[in-house]
Design a protein around this ligand. Sequence first.
Ligand SMILES: N[C@@H](CCC(=O)N[C@@H](CS)C(=O)NCC(=O)O)C(=O)O
Length: 202
Amino acid sequence: MLTVHHLNQSRSKRVLWLLEELGTHYELVPHQRDKTTHLAPNTLKAIHPLSKAPVIVDGEFTLCESSTICEYILNTYGQGRLRPNIDAPEYYAYLEWSHFAEGSLALPVITKMFMQMEDRKGDQPMDGYIAKEIALDFSYIEKTLSQRAYFAGDDFSAADIMMTIVLEMAANIGLLSEQKNTLMYLVKIQSRDAYQKAASYG
Ligand SMILES: N[C@@H](CCC(=O)N[C@@H](CS)C(=O)NCC(=O)O)C(=O)O
């Protein structure tokens, strides 16, 4: 059976959510962040040298990186669900948003989160760069969600699972207060049963 190594309050919620959407059986192994440093415990390092969540183990595969894990799960258990066919026009929107989440959006959002924990004057090169990236990314997201119900088109897909977790981080640090469509999208997506089940694991 597929094993998910779940770290509390982490991107491994994506994997649990995807598996719940598909109705695939899995075993969940919980790992708790250190209460002071918030880093992963050594129990996770014993599974994968990067010591990051998510990690899955399924037969001969031990995999990290949530986008790779999502593709593996869809290839192995998806039966064509939760992503467009490769010859459908929506396929490349699916791919773009699946990769945009970690490849573009995570950097400014997480950097901003750490910057908010520091005393800053606000005039350093990083302040300008991160502000520019945040403005660009969230206006692109907002425009996209004003035109379609989900990131890849009319249908919910694993690209939504990849994007939502970073949007939640952004919401938590106050980056979405002006983003009407993005906030409405988040409310809609968080009401899904599979999301609620995944979120219940913390
Ligand atoms: N790009 C990776 C990021 C993995 C990652 O940074 N995971 C964080 C949790 S969201 C983690 O394990 N942090 C604990 C640590 O660094 O000790 C992915 O999408 O899986």
